[in-house]
Design a protein around this ligand. Structure first.
Ligand SMILES: C=C(OP(=O)(O)O)C(=O)O
Ligand SMILES: [Mg+2]
Length: 556
């Protein structure tokens, strides 16, 4: 019998196929004692296991490239953490087997991380993944992770570790469904980068029996279990229709009546540029530079290394616009040399611009590197700061840009409600705004972006979030300046129309979403977008807002 479940759609497209579950998530080795004379051999075995897993993660990173590579390399470094290794050695010295020692040492470290605050949920998932890989290797059993299958399937999991999402083969993995994760979690961002349909935050996903046929609609979040032949035909027809519309839509982003809305790409480094160019991105709206900093958690990359990476991205868009965000460290992206280890609530602590103002030398090097990278290129370079709270922050950032002699526009991200509320005062210091709707939702609704249980509140259709977007866009218009969106909200085609109607001036998203947004925007006039935006804001929930916008745009 056909049943319908609803999660949160985070990556467009329709996938129909059999459920395959992720491999054993936790392997608990037996707690048996070894004689003292075996300790040294066991310690060697543990070290070999760790090195092999770290090398495997690095190799997967090389294969995947882009943002995924940085995440996997960070995991490889986690595996080789000297303190963790010392703990493993100690446990073996008092009688543990290598696998049990690894299991227990990681458990102790996990507790330490979890006790340091809720925000570490994402890092804990990465840590568990590393532990499982090492333990599996030491036990000589198959690695946990993506199932081995020659037939295409829909992957179902509690949550997907970056190592797994990075290696999903789009020809075998038709789509994926997870029980945890929110629309702005890094797994969701990686899924969009891969272009695989995905639904997250689906309660009970893991109870779907292996082999059950399901249809996943990554746009609506609907999962049809045992879909009827009619339902499959209906979904396949609408997917084919969408593909045809996508293929037919090219050129710059604009509404049906020609109102231009530049469609830009979010990138994590040079490896993401080809996909952006292929999708017809008119430039880069968000270059997340922190991925360059994840290689080495102890030191910032040298000025030369930064110049080279920035130049590769800038050269790809000769006449286009490239918006570079200065380092956004802290909270979900901690860096040892910048992020305080003892904050009770790091999402509310010293992160983003706050860390850079505390470490002006790091900001200075980054700005100088950007200035050198842009030398002689016709590109329109724009630089923005993450986590700007008020005019004082904006002023400090603008001064740092001026001191570095940058020939670029400098702007502020609106990720904190205070910045949206006082956007006009911030615009006295900077030349543009860019709405980071992922963090703006997190801080507006006090809902951690990594936690699936609060994904209802991270839905960017929430009318309160739309109000803050409108306020920012109206403030920018009043000051004669631009206000783009670079959070994940921009990748939802219907919401992109609403954002346009609210007055935002550009939309930046993962490359795979650009054709969808371009095709949908081209169907409606600016007036229709404005009416949809007004209707969405007049509601009291994300669901109603979506329905109201849909009703206006479909002419109901
Ligand atoms: C674009 C954003 O930045 P990040 O997702 O990298 O925090 C955001 O917060 O919306
Ligand atoms: Mg952010």
């Amino acid at each position: 019998m056909e049943t319908t479940l609803r999660g949160v759609g985070v990556s467009h497209g329709v996938a129909i196929g059999e459920v395959r579950h992720m491999g054993t998530p936790v392997l608990e080795p037996p707690a048996k004692q070894i004689p003292a004379e075996e300790a040294e051999r066991e310690q060697g075995r543990a070290r070999q296991g760790v090195e092999a897993v770290a090398a495997d993660l690095m190799a997967r990173g090389n294969l995947a490239g882009g943002e995924a590579q940085a995440v996997l390399e960070a995991q490889a470094m986690m595996a080789q953490d000297p303190e963790l290794m010392a703990d493993v050695d100690r446990r073996i010295a008092v009688g543990s087997t290598a696998e049990r020692a690894v299991y227990d040492a990681f458990a102790a470290y996990r507790e330490l991380l979890a006790g340091a605050g809720e925000y570490l949920a994402g890092r804990v998932a990465d840590l568990d993944d590393v532990r499982n890989r090492i333990v599996a290797r030491l036990l000589g059993v198959p690695m946990p992770g993506v199932p081995d299958s020659d037939e295409p399937y829909v992957l179902v999991a509690r949550d997907l570790a970056p190592a797994d999402t990075a290696l999903l083969d789009p020809t075998l993995v038709l789509g994926f469904v997870t029980e945890e994760g929110g629309p702005t979690s890094h797994s969701a961002i990686l899924a969009r980068a891969l272009g695989v349909p995905a639904v997250v935050a689906l309660p009970g996903a893991r109870e779907l029996a292996e082999g059950t046929v399901i249809a996943v609609d990554g746009s609506t979040g609907d999962i049809f279990v045992n879909p009827s032949e009619e339902k499959k035909a209906e979904l396949e027809a609408s997917a084919a229709e969408r593909r045809a519309a996508l293929a037919a839509s090219t050129g710059p982003g604009a509404t049906a009546d020609g109102y231009k809305v530049p469609l830009l790409a979010n990138v994590g480094g040079p490896a993401d540029v080809p996909a952006a160019v292929e999708a017809g991105a008119e430039g880069v709206g968000l270059f997340r530079t922190e991925f360059l900093f994840l290689d080495d958690s102890k030191n910032a990359p040298s000025e030369e290394k930064q110049v080279e990476a920035y130049r590769q991205v800038l050269e790809a868009f000769p006449e286009g616009r490239v918006v570079v965000r200065v380092l956004d460290a802290g909270a979900d992206k901690p860096l040892d040399f910048l992020t305080p280890a003892d904050e009770p609530n790091p999402a509310l602590g010293v992160r983003g611009l706050r860390s850079l103002l505390d470490h002006p030398e790091i900001l200075r090097t980054q700005l100088t590197a950007l200035s050198k990278a842009a030398e002689g290129l016709p590109v329109h370079l724009e630089i923005m700061a993450p986590m700007v709270a008020d005019r004082t922050d904006a002023k400090a950032f603008a001064e740092a840009c001026r001191e570095a002699g940058l020939q670029a526009k400098f702007g502020a991200m609106v990720e904190i409600p205070s910045a949206a509320l006082r956007a006009r005062s911030i615009l006295q210091e900077v030349e543009f705004l860019s709405l980071g709707t992922n963090d703006l939702a997190q801080y507006t609704f006090a809902a951690d972006r990594q936690v699936g249980a609060v994904s209802r509140l991270q839905d960017p259709w929430q009318p309160a979030l739309l109000d803050l977007v409108a306020l920012s866009a109206e403030s920018a218009r009043a000051e004669g300046k631009s206000c783009g969106v670079c959070g994940e909200a921009a990748s939802d085609p219907l919401l992109a129309c609403v954002l346009t109607g609210l007055g935002v001036t550009s939309l930046s998203m993962g490359a795979a979403s650009i054709p969808y947004v371009r095709a949908t925007l081209a169907k409606y006039t600016l007036t229709q977008c404005e009416r949809a935006a007004t209707a969405a804001r007049a509601t009291d929930s994300a669901e109603e807002a979506r329905g109201a916008a849909q009703a206006v745009l479909s002419g109901e």
